[in-house]
Design a protein around this ligand. Structure first.
Ligand code: UD1
Ligand code: CA
Length: 484
């Protein structure tokens, strides 16, 4: 948070031509969240008085995804450049005796802390100029400080605006790649697209922009030179970690930025009690939350609002989406779990599939090649082999034999199967729903159960076994005879 009047402008009207996508660039995702989300998140650190977002290309979609009621949206129907975008928002700051943070919508790695530091740097500069921020009653007007721009030295400056300084921290001008001379292209200190300007000075300079440049656009970056001609300076705050200012103009850059973001998360979780084996191969989205002593093996993908509690182990090649996983759970290799709850001490897999709205109760065990869909089971219930359990309500301490299937779909509708506490479902039972199996009831192996089974009863539905003595000998003889 900054302690001076600040409004923020986020530029998000561009199409992102280099993405070659139907989807607006700022809505492409990084670890499950849109690019613009990260920018807005960093900006929110400063708690600006207002947040103005310039939208244009597919604006309805962008506004919907940003999902911010308090934000002010400004429409830029034709993307004539970053300067034009800010000019359209001018009425929100021209009379404002304070500062305006402007940030491009495509710099997702910027940290809120860094934006805060830019604010602190600006304050220090103003103090240095002899203006006392604390006591200045009519506002924050100062003689010649127009603002601060965040810069960094990057290994490959290609595509960025080059920052030309006068030997001090004052910027002379920012030259875009396409307008830069060969010498200017050698400069590796680049413009991040993040600035804090004194609002009235900015409003005034914007009026003087033109589009006489290689791209025929109104460059926001030109205000630096315009202000300087009036004796007002924009200072560069060069930050040490250049990755924070990497922008995302195409899908290759998206992949690079996403990887850096992932490393940040892995570092965070690694320091907070989570072990990742072969972390490069593991995929964790932004909203995933872990308790301590969680251990995750290679090639796992954990996404959405998943929460994994302490002591839980997730073996190799598992996919877990939007799940709540309890304490000391074992998710064995190659399992796929989505939109479900796995309670404490349960064991899932290997090769299990748990689908939407399922609950696997405490200490229950879902084994290999078992598919569970929209089914809720109690404590210590086992379905260890080769089953389909769909739309089932299953009690405590139930045993589901290998090959059991809930026949939940009649071709038109889904029906429910109820299996009560301590029931024993024999292997290869077909439970034709709707059907209820009572408490401690038993079904015989291979039965097709179409009627409810009362508590403690046995239901068996199959033919009596027939024995034919010496059958193999008889068969052999019959064969030899027919071949002679
Ligand atoms: C811009 C800067 C460049 C800087 C780089 C840092 C200018 C002229 N250049 O270049 O100096 O090094 O960012 O990342 O500012 N946008 C609009 N309306 C427009 C044009 C763009 O809202 O008319 C938005 C885009 O949606 C995007 C942001 O502004 O979020 C930046 O636009 P982009 O075209 O990516 O600028 P760069 O060429 O990267
Ligand atoms: Ca860009």
């Amino acid at each position: 948070m900054v302690d001076f009047p600040l409004r923020a402008i986020i530029l998000a009207a561009g199409k992102g031509t280099r993405f070659k996508s139907e989807k607006p660039k700022v809505l492409h995702t990084i670890l499950g969240k849109p690019i613009i989300w990260y920018v807005k998140f960093a900006v929110s650190w400063l708690k600006p008085n207002e947040t103005i977002i310039v939208v244009g290309h597919k604006k309805e979609e962008v506004v919907r995804e940003i999902n911010c009621d308090k934000c002010i949206y400004v429409e830029q129907d034709q993307q004539l450049g970053t300067g034009h975008a800010v000019l359209l928002a001018k009425k929100y700051f021209e009379e404002f005796d304070g500062y305006v943070l402007i940030i491009n919508g495509d710099v997702p790695l910027i940290r809120g802390e860094t934006l805060h530091n830019a604010g602190e740097y600006l304050k220090a500069l103003i103090r240095y100029e002899g203006v006392n921020l604390e006591t200045l009653r009519e506002g924050y007007r100062n003689k010649n400080i127009a603002g601060v721009a965040i810069t960094a030295k990057v290994p490959n400056p290609y595509g960025y605006g080059r920052v030309i300084k006068d030997g001090s921290h004052r910027i002379v001008k920012i030259v875009e790649e396409k307008d830069a001379s060969p010498q200017e292209k050698q400069i590796n200190e680049v413009n991040s697209g993040i600035y804090i300007f004194y609002a009235p000075y900015l409003a005034n300079a914007l009026e003087k922009l033109n589009n006489q440049n290689a791209q025929g656009e109104y460059y926001l970056t030109d205000v630096v030179e315009i202000l300087r001609q009036e004796g007002k300076y924009v200072y560069a705050l060069e930050i040490p970690d250049y990755t924070e200012i990497l922008n995302v103009n195409d899908r290759l850059q998206l992949a690079g930025v996403e990887n850096i973001m992932k490393q940040r998360f892995m570092t965070f979780w690694g320091l907070n009690g989570v072990t990742f084996h072969n972390p490069e191969s593991i995929w964790i989205e932004f909203d995933v939350d872990f308790s301590n002593d969680v251990e995750i093996f290679q090639n796992c993908m954990i996404t959405g609002k998943t929460k994994v509690d302490s002591g839980t182990t997730i073996e190799a090649n598992c996919i877990i989406k939007n799940c709540k996983i309890g304490k000391n759970v074992k998710i064995l290799a190659n399992s796929y779990i989505e939109n479900s709850v796995i309670e404490d001490n349960a064991i899932i897999g290997p090769f299990a599939r748990i689908r939407e709205s399922s609950i696997i109760g405490e200490g229950s065990h879902i084994g290999n090649f078992v598919e569970v869909k929209n089914s809720q089971m109690g404590k210590n219930t086992n379905a260890k082999h080769l089953s389909y359990l769909g739309d089932a309500q299953i009690g405590n301490e139930v045993n589901i034999g290998a090959g059991t299937i809930t026949c939940n779909y009649d071709g038109f509708q889904k029906h429910k199967t109820v299996i009560k506490d301590r029931a024993f479902i024999g292997s290869d039972t077909m439970l034709v729903a709707p059907v209820t199996i009572g408490e401690e009831a038993i079904t015989g192996s291979g039965s097709v159960i179409t009627k409810d089974v009362p508590d403690k009863a046995l239901a068996i539905e199959r033919n009596q076994q027939k024995i034919v003595e010496n059958y193999s000998e008889k068969r052999k003889k019959k064969y030899e005879k027919s071949n002679n």
